[in-house]
Design a protein. Sequence first.
Length: 342
Amino acid sequence: MGLGVSGQKQQREIAGTAFFISLLAATSLIILFGTALAGTETGEFCPDCPDWTNLDGWYAQKESYENSMLSPSPPVEQNMPNSQAQAESNTIEDKSADYPVASILTRANLIESDRVILDVRSIQEYQEGHIPGARNLYWKDLQKDGVLDPILAQEALGRAGIIASDRLLIYGDSSDHGAPFVFWALSYLGHEDISLLDGGIDAALNAGLDLSANAPSIAPTNYTSHVVPGLLVTLESLDDMLGLSDVSILDARDFSEYGKNRITNEAMPLSLDRIYKDSGIKDASILEDLFGSRLDESGTAVVYGTPEAYSLFFSLRLMGYNATLLEGDWWKETRWAVSNVK
């Protein structure tokens, strides 16, 4: 069947339109590919010429190109003393000052040059690398059967060349309670100027301190202690203390252990995960809320559940509370022990 004159004319118009559209599309592709290749004839990358055939690859190349054009930032420690690193140092210093007894806590980037540094880790760990100038005083050398022995402690301090007037800075491994134990032990022995490195050896490494394998040359001393009886709870003093109205009892162990047995039903659980985070102590405002809701500021806190209790004792002293420590688990055999385990 024929289309007639008008039908043939309409068919020619449709064909012309289709040809025009095809020509336009081809022209666009030429332009696009030309743009993708623009600036690349010399082999150099063109950051303003997208490669439409491989956009993901082009974006990755563009990011690499832009990064290479940026000037590298100089190391903070060497060339930017007044930059972000200094601002962070000031922030840390301000936070330390918020604690009521801030002198007993030292940040790794704020170590005072006149302090005698004691590394209380094992001799093997000490020899592998320690803060330059630090002396080794293994915390277990101060103990006998897992508790403080004042005679052994005096001998160990003498071998480390310590005298009573030394300003001490103690640090250890965050995986144990060695440093908090030594802090309490020295406090009990009457040493007056002691500070604890917040975060221990890990904090020193994170602060960029270079460790040393060289031990300083020291001369032994005859260390003499002046025991502070009020910092250690004995069987005799426990009876007396629990009869006082302003005494609080804090259990530093895990809550499951507290549930099994505790010192009277008045004891309050306070595990270390509420006080420390990533081995560092939490901010003063957090600790004040935590302790303030539980303790009488003018009273005495009896801390037990060693070894965790050493760290709890330190945090209480840092916040200005009057704390004493019960060492060991002999309390479980006293009339004050409450047990839920039959």
